[in-house]
Design a protein around this ligand. Sequence first.
Ligand SMILES: Cc1cc2nc3c(=O)[nH]c(=O)nc-3n(C[C@H](O)[C@H](O)[C@H](O)COP(=O)(O)OP(=O)(O)OC[C@H]3O[C@@H](n4cnc5c(N)ncnc54)[C@H](O)[C@@H]3O)c2cc1C
Length: 407
Amino acid sequence: MAVELGYSPEVDDLVKRTTAFIHEVVLPIENANDGDITAAGGDDLRRDLNRQAKELGIFAPHAPVELGGHGLSMSDRVPVFEAGGYSTFGPAALHIGAPDEGNVHMLAHIADDEQKLKYLAPLANGDVRSAFAMTEPAPGAGSDPNQLRTEATKVDGGWKINGEKRFITGAEGAGFYIIMARTAGAPGDRGGATMFLAPGDTPGIEVTRHIHTTDRAMIGGHCEVRFTDVFVPDADVLGEVDQGYRYAQVRLGPARMTHVMRWLGVAVRCHEVAVDYVAHRNGFGGTLGDLGMIQQMVADNEIDLAASRALLVKACYELDQGRHASSETSIAKTFAAEAYSRIVDRSIQMCGGLGVSDDLPLARLQRELRPFRIYDGPSEVHRWALARRAVGRARKSRTSTQQGENA
Ligand SMILES: Cc1cc2nc3c(=O)[nH]c(=O)nc-3n(C[C@H](O)[C@H](O)[C@H](O)COP(=O)(O)OP(=O)(O)OC[C@H]3O[C@@H](n4cnc5c(N)ncnc54)[C@H](O)[C@@H]3O)c2cc1C
């Protein structure tokens, strides 16, 4: 049976309208502000662009239909998020950016009816932003989430949370937090984490510092946050106690893939800028685009784009079948994050001096893209997980063969 790789007319139409909005409205604002979304207006800009996106019927394509979205499957998100990601302001404009989009996905799957009303509905509608608080300063949770140290202790009617987090995207001004905290075991143990929902103005939540990173297109910064005796009622425990790591998987796989989709838009944009440059820049009796070494870079960009897209489509297909797709999402995320870095770097090289100048967007797009090889699992962690699974399979298969021989 042939695998269907095309999209429905509705999705094609959504891509077309999203592309028009991004090029006509969003991109000029991004370029006029050198890609700095805070300087461009931050939340005020986001609300204005969200309103326009709603009027055009292209807002929150991933959100459930009953909450005003299009309810797109993971596979159908691929071309729409790519179109939205073409501008670094696109994700905020369409409300498809991290961490909100991943949080909408997770709440739609795990939250109970009351939590959906209180947290998911305003988030899906863009009334509030949210934050996902997992990473901690050393020696706490980072690449190894089992190092989780933030603690939740049971009190009358709920839980009290104490601990410190860092790199929490969107924490400044977040309407609510999803907090990962330890409810059982000790740092280093597998399991024992729980997810809690807490409004941003809950007493005891304090944004202590903005960490300045290379990127400028996410609202609310990447922050250090302290939790001091933060009270969360039982009703705001997300899912079951001690099941936080299991729920994190519901969020992490799809959230990784939507990052790959959005950054694909940026990689395509870098490639287009470079190809346009070499197609017209004269020299050596023709244009740069006629030279073999330039053609190799153009071709390698095409190969990296096509391979990233293919791995993404495969991983999304698996997720849509209801599978965890741990290996597929790790492969797609690792390959794409590194391929996009190569694409931006080659694009800069092809554009010569202009490539590293502010006259073209390439240098700042490289700064936006670089952290993607670290968040959502550094490349090394995905390789470690992939290799561990492969070696584990080989051991298991030898053991079962030996058992068969001995039987
Ligand atoms: C821009 C940005 C936004 C972020 N947003 C959020 C957010 O909203 N919420 C949140 O909770 N976190 C967020 N993070 C944190 C991010 O998830 C962590 O940075 C990431 O998990 C790595 O953890 P760490 O920084 O503590 O690095 P460490 O755990 O200290 O690792 C450092 C390096 O060691 C290497 N390494 C790690 N493990 C292995 C291994 N098993 N084998 C080989 N090498 C290894 C890798 O190269 C890794 O980069 C964000 C980070 C950034 C940069």
